[in-house]
Design a protein around this ligand. Structure first.
Ligand SMILES: *Cc1c(COP(=O)(O)O)cnc(C)c1O
Length: 339
């Protein structure tokens, strides 16, 4: 590992030097534990194994031209993990402890933060699990919080290229009043089969519709959806969508560059009016969508005919990346510089 090829990194796991942990016991969170082991030892009856008490987060640290390391919107991730905890009755981790743990794990793994020129970054994965044994269905009394990091490559190895998505009405990711709005592993388990079918058919991901009526756009598996129409950035509103921090940031930047922003229900047929469409999330920032095939209805909505992303998506992508790498001023207080 002493010779990491920074430009060849994928979105995978590479062992780093340290991870940090905190244990919740008798109503209290422990001081941070720092370890070089990437194993955890748990009771076989822990609630995370049986009843899905697991939530996670994903954020990134970027090395700038000036050599400084910047973490993007860490506090938002801390707050979202608290919301996830409330949603599945887990102990809530204080925001300050979340932030302290993230800074600690980045500082302990400085040599894994990819250089500015590589376009790579350090992915930070905090997670929280119920650890005490419970055979009847009940929340755990004890919890484990871990943060590990791993360097990841630019999401688009072949450049920022649009790819096709698919609507598959037979599968739901989340129930209308279920857990779609919190970042829990259970939602991902529920999406694996549809995701695999999409991949087998040559699509990047599934675009989910609302599970109740199958009339409105929900989100794209692990990323939110947005469309561009008549100088407007439009993203769906729904209880079962995970509130993406990237989407929230793009809405702010869209306003800054003079677009209107609408967060409202989007009917499937409205896709025909969009000039551009994309999926957004921490991993890719923006994944431009070339085409959405609605296989059940035998319809296809095309957004990119020449294999290039649209001008608005490009502009938003460049602007967000520039803030993350420190090339553009941090007007909104999104960045924490690692001192
Ligand atoms: C994490 C996640 C996203 C993206 O959220 P970001 O905060 O932008 O990374 C979108 N949808 C789902 C279901 C997610 O789990």
């Amino acid at each position: 590992m002493e010779n990491i090829n920074w430009t060849d990194l994928t979105f995978g796991y590479l062992k780093t030097d340290y991870n940090v942990r905190s244990y919740y016991k008798a109503g209290k969170w422990s001081d941070l534990e720092i370890t070089d082991s990437d194993q955890v030892s748990l009771h076989m009856a822990a609630t995370c194994f049986h009843y899905g008490q697991e939530a996670f987060e994903g954020l990134k640290a970027f090395k700038g031209k000036d050599g400084k390391i910047r973490i993007f919107r860490m506090r938002e991730n801390a707050l979202r993990m608290q919301a996830s905890s409330r949603g599945i009755l887990m102990a809530e981790l204080p925001v300050e402890l979340f932030e302290k743990a993230v800074l600690e794990v980045v500082k302990r793994n400085l040599r894994f933060v990819p250089p500015y020129e590589s376009g790579s970054s350090l992915y930070i994965r905090p997670f929280l699990v119920g650890t005490s044994p419970q055979v009847g269905v009940n929340p755990a009394k004890e919890y484990l919080f871990v943060v590990f990091v791993t360097p990841v490559g630019p999401y688009f190895k072949t450049g920022f290229k649009p790819s096709p998505y698919v609507i598959l009405r037979k599968y739901d990711r989340a129930a209308p009043q279920g857990t779609g709005n919190i970042k829990v592993g259970g939602n991902y388990a529920a999406s694996l089969v549809a995701g695999e079918i999409a991949h087998e058919k040559g699509y990047s991901a599934v675009l989910y519709l609302d599970s109740k009526e199958k009339k409105y756009i929900d989100e794209c598996g692990p990323a939110n959806f947005f469309g561009i129409k008549k100088n407007t950035y439009i993203t769906p509103e729904s209880h079962s969508i995970l509130p993406s921090i990237t989407n929230k940031s793009l809405m702010t930047l869209a306003k800054e560059i003079g677009l209107k922003v609408e967060c409202r229900p989007i009917r499937v047929e409205e896709l025909a009016d969009f000039e551009e469409a994309g999926a957004c999330g921490t991993a890719a920032v923006i994944s431009p969508i070339s085409r959405i095939d609605d296989l059940d209805e035998n319809k296809s909505y095309v957004f990119s005919k020449d294999g290039e992303p649209g001008p608005v998506s490009m502009k938003l992508y460049n602007k967000l990346r520039a803030i993350q790498y420190g090339d553009e001023e941090d007007k909104y207080g999104w960045i924490t510089v690692v001192e």
